[in-house]
Every structure is written in structure tokens, then in C-alpha cells.
Design a protein around this ligand. Structure first.
Ligand code: CP3
Length: 349
């Protein structure tokens, strides 16, 4: 690395952690840091119309991306968008129903996959790329901009099930019934995800995170085929076109398979869910990748001494190696914003 590049890592705490260096005060950002727990988000969201309208409105999406940075001074901003803009851009009908979540016209077999089209994919996502450009130009250079997409398995669970489900039965059923057909869907998602992440990087994203929120319900063989393989291909595809851009994986709830995930995908960082023991993260994962996590989002809701104690435990266990403070999953809407402010103060003390 030349002097200029290494200097720039030194002054950007998130990039420094992702380059493998520990820090006396770890960088911090929170998954879903822009969202309904913030009154200023709810105001913009109400003015935007639907949730997807907000995702495709660059000035408003840039504004809500920056809100948590202005309020809390996080070390990273994450693009405001959603993992389901990808199926939307492939021509699948996607809606977000108030108080219900995403609803899609389910794709349940090979014929359904045939209805998807890449023709308008990048044009459709152009407003998201414009948001990335607007956010990057408004951010202080010390604040890192994170781009993201959903991992193919998690995106496929929504595309096949038509909505969120606790067990992802529809996608698991498709994958067992017709693995070759299902792999055509996963392969398509791998290909477009590489294009989409590289376009975000070209527009100004400096790190990318791959969200595999539903990785945890798969047996080991299916985990290897539908989570590890695609994450490896995406990591390698991004590296080939955008060398030096760190990739963070998030195989949520994968338990002891987290270690295989890191070794086999070659990600730079791994986001750890709340259930992973700190000793396991420190001893088994941190020697191989920068670790991120893993405070329980519900502890951030209740706050108080229990929150303070847990923050200290996490800092004590993980600050000796490359570490990014974060939650184990996204902030929930009932989180008091003051608790987030206290969290940031405690980390920076
Ligand atoms: O982290 C951030 O601040 C960036 C923005 C972001 C959103 N969604 C905004 C959002 C990111 C990175 C996501 C990822 C995402 N979206 C995932 C993976 C991470 C995870 O949380 O597991 C998943 C599975 C989705 C799909 C999704 N989007 C669901 C199931 C829902 C409905 C549930 C809910 O919280 O309402 C969404 C909606 C959504 N995505 C909201 C936000 C701020 C709330 C919508 C609103 O404002 O009405």
C-alpha cells in the first residue's frame, strides 16, 4: 500500500479495522441505523409515500442515510435502500405493505425464474446509485460509506416465499425438490449482485456488506451450496473488479459454521449475530477476519446498567483484535434514540 493510501486508512476508523488493525476505541455503526426509531426518519418517510418510493428518491434517501451520522457521529454511513430492490429490478412485483412487510408475487418453479429479466436491471437501480453519489459527496472523509445487497439465499427466500417467514419453508422446499432449477435462481442473483455492488463502489461505496439474514436455517450441505458458495463467488467477483474494497459477510445464525464461512469465502470482515459467544468470536473468528457485532438489539431497547455491562463485556473480549462495534441484527423501531447516544458515548470513552 502506498503512503497516501495507508494514511487514508489511518484517518478512517472503519477501514483501519477492516485492514486488520485493532484500535483503542473501535469504530461503531449500527445495522438499520436509519429507520423508524428516529423521528426525523418517520417525517421523511411520511413525505416520501411508500417505502420503495423512498428507496428510489435520491435526495430523500440520501437525507435519511445521513440522519444517524448527524445525530450520533457514527464512523460509517450505510446506504439507505433495501435488499428487495434487486428482485424489483429483475421485474418481480415487490410491495411493502404497512405493518406487514414485503409482499412479492412468488416464484415457485423454473417457469417463474424465466419471467425475470436483467434487461432493465441497472437502469432501474440508477436512483440508488445516485443516492450513493449524493451521500459520498456530503460525508466527511473520515466517515466510511457502506454499500450492500442481500445474499442470494436470503433474497431468494423472499422471491420464492412471496413474503418473510420464520422457517423459509418455500425456498427450502424448492431447493430440495429441484436443486438444479433453484441454482439457476441463485446463479442469476450472484451475477447481478456482483454488477450491483461494483456499481455502488464506482458511485462511492468504500466497503460492501452482504446480508444473509436467513443463513441459519440450513443444514451444512445446503449452507455450503446456497450460502458459502454464492458469498465466495460474489467476494471474488467484487475483488476482481474493485480490488482493495473490503467485503463484510453476515451469515446470520450460522453458529459453528461461521468459521467455515470465513475460511471458504475469504471475506475481510464478518458480522456476528447476538447468539455467538464472545469467546468463540475472539478465539475462532477474529484471528481470520475483522469481527463486527454483536450487541442484542433488544438490550438497546431496555437500556440501563445491563446494557452498560454488556457493552463492557463485548469491548473487553474483542478490542484486542480487529473489531467493529455493532448490533447482532438491525435496530428495532421501539429503540429510544437516547440509548443509542449513550452507547456511542460509552464506546468512545
Ligand atoms: O441498515 C440500514 O440502515 C440500511 C438500510 C437497510 C434497510 N433494510 C432499510 C429498511 C438495510 C441494509 C436493509 C436490509 C434488509 N432488508 C434485510 C437484511 C437485514 C436484516 O434486517 O435481516 C432484510 C431481510 C430486508 C427485507 C425487509 N425490509 C423486511 C423484512 C422489511 C420489513 C420489516 C420492517 O422492519 O418493517 C423491510 C423494510 C425496511 N427496510 C425498513 C427499513 C428502514 C422499514 C420500512 C419502513 O420505513 O416502513
Amino acid at each position: 500500500m502506498d503512503t497516501k493510501a495507508s494514511e487514508s486508512v489511518e484517518t478512517r476508523p472503519l477501514l483501519k479495522a477492516l485492514s486488520g488493525k485493532p484500535s483503542s476505541s473501535p469504530p461503531i455503526w449500527l445495522m438499520r441505523q436509519a429507520g423508524r426509531y428516529l423521528p426525523e426518519y418517520r417525517e421523511v418517510r411520511a413525505a416520501a409515500g411508500s417505502f420503495l418510493d423512498l428507496c428510489y428518491n435520491p435526495p430523500l434517501a440520501a437525507k435519511v442515510t445521513l440522519q444517524p451520522i448527524e445525530r450520533f457521529g457514527f464512523d460509517a454511513a450505510i446506504l439507505f435502500s433495501d435488499i428487495l430492490v434487486v428482485p424489483d429490478a429483475l421485474g418481480q412485483n415487490v410491495k411493502f405493505v404497512e405493518n406487514e412487510g414485503p409482499v412479492l408475487d412468488a416464484i415457485t418453479d423454473r417457469d417463474g425464474i424465466q419471467t425475470l429479466s436483467q434487461e432493465k436491471f441497472m437502469t432501474h437501480l440508477e436512483p440508488v446509485l445516485e443516492t450513493v453519489r449524493e451521500v459520498r459527496s456530503a460525508l466527511d472523509p473520515s466517515v466510511t460509506l457502506i454499500g450492500f445487497c442481500g445474499a442470494p439465499w436470503t433474497v431468494a427466500t423472499y422471491m420464492v416465499g412471496g413474503r418473510g417467514s420464520p422457517d423459509q419453508a418455500a425456498a427450502r422446499g424448492f431447493a430440495y425438490r429441484d436443486p438444479e432449477g433453484f441454482s439457476a435462481l441463485i446463479d442469476l442473483l450472484v451475477e447481478v449482485s456482483i454488477d450491483y455492488l461494483c456499481a455502488q463502489i464506482e458511485a462511492g461505496a468504500q466497503v460492501v456488506q452482504l446480508f444473509d439474514s436467513w443463513a441459519g436455517n440450513l443444514p451444512e450441505g445446503e449452507f455450503a451450496r446456497w450460502c458459502v458458495g454464492p458469498a465466495k463467488r460474489i467476494t471474488e467477483g467484487v475483488r476482481a473488479r474493485a480490488p482493495g474494497i473490503p467485503v463484510i459477510g453476515f451469515p446470520r445464525a450460522a453458529g459453528p459454521l461461521y468459521k467455515d464461512f470465513i475460511e471458504q469465502t475469504g471475506v475481510d470482515g464478518v458480522s456476528c449475530d447476538t447468539s455467538l459467544p464472545l469467546a468463540y468470536i475472539r478465539d475462532e473468528l477474529q484471528p481470520h477476519a475483522t469481527v463486527q457485532g454483536n450487541l442484542d438489539p433488544l438490550l438497546l431497547v431496555s437500556g440501563g446498567d445491563a446494557l452498560k455491562r454488556r457493552i463492557d463485556e463485548i469491548l473487553q473480549a474483542l478490542s484486542g483484535g480487529p473489531f467493529i462495534f455493532n448490533l447482532g441484527h438491525g435496530i428495532v423501531p421501539q429503540t429510544p434514540p437516547e440509548h443509542v447516544g449513550e452507547l456511542v458515548r460509552q464506546i468512545r470513552q
